[in-house]
Design a protein around this ligand. Structure first.
Ligand SMILES: [Fe+2]
Ligand SMILES: [Fe+2]
Length: 272
């Protein structure tokens, strides 16, 4: 399978970057599936039902999320109606919504799993390693699914790298989200799992992780809480990762994707 994953959409700048660049990326890379982390899509905080449908309409086959998933109260209702919108799988039993989705593509079945890390995160959920292990044992790569993508929403690169190696050979791609800054460590691990510590955000990089700069700076310099942060409104950069799988769902190519806005553009090779 050919899989395009995009990192956290932050506000309108992020949504517009996706809407602007996704059609061209789809024409160029011909992905079988497009997965997007949407946890900051609604003005920086969570996702509404209408934005969910807008992103699905724009070509997303599945939306992942993270700690901001419940920021919009309405999400507790609409997440139950939309199996393509995921929340981390390691929320306690009984939490609304789903942490995984099996996506039928023309090239085969893609299992998407969303989990949240526990190190330096606002709330520590159930053990993400145990939760993911259960899923990988239930649907082994190449048997239960033709490809497996794990969006590991976490702060610490150590926890993310540990998750990558923990899943090596058992997933097609382990990609981190949440820090909103793309890392340069895309690689294929020894067992055949593509890995990237963080995909980076889809949002305006003239910002502090997607938010207008003045209030975050004031929080750091004066230690006085400010009003709720507002998303930056300049041209957004689309950030993500592109993976092509080969034998038994193992990755045979991985490359970052960056387009528009402040960051230097990077496009995967098309001769695959
Ligand atoms: Fe985020
Ligand atoms: Fe997050």
């Amino acid at each position: 399978l050919r899989i395009l994953f995009l990192g956290d959409i932050v506000g309108r700048a992020g949504r517009e970057a996706v809407l602007k660049h996704l059609p061209g990326l789809k024409a160029r890379l011909k992905p079988d599936a497009v997965i997007i982390n949407c946890e900051n899509a609604a003005h920086g905080f969570g996702i509404t039902e209408s934005i969910t449908q807008e992103l699905i309409g724009a070509g997303a086959d599945c939306l992942t999320s993270g700690n901001h998933i419940w920021d919009q109260r309405e999400t507790l209702g609409h997440i139950a109606r939309e199996p393509r919108l995921l929340r981390p799988i390691n929320y306690p039993k009984g939490t609304p919504g789903h942490g995984k989705a099996m996506i039928e593509t023309l090239a085969g079945k893609l299992l998407v799993i969303n989990a949240m890390g526990r190190l330096y995160m606002p709330e520590a959920l159930d053990d993400p390693f145990a939760a993911i292990n259960r899923e990988l044992e239930t649907a082994p790569l190449g048997e239960g699914a033709d490809a497996i993508l794990i969006d590991f929403h976490a702060e610490a690169t150590s926890e993310k790298q540990a998750m990558g190696h923990f899943c090596d050979g058992r997933a097609s791609l382990v990609v981190g989200t949440h820090t909103h800054v793309p890392t340069a460590d895309h690689m294929i691990l020894p067992g055949g799992t593509a890995y990237l510590s963080d995909a980076g955000m889809c949002g305006d990089f003239d910002s502090v992780i997607g938010m207008k700069k003045a209030d975050p700076i004031r929080r750091f310099t004066h230690k006085i809480p400010t009003a709720r942060l507002e998303p930056a409104e300049g041209e957004g950069t689309l950030c993500g990762v592109f993976v092509v799988t080969g034998e038994r769902g193992r990755a045979r190519y991985v490359a970052p994707v960056r387009l528009g806005g402040k960051l230097e553009a990077y496009l995967p090779s098309v001769d695959l």
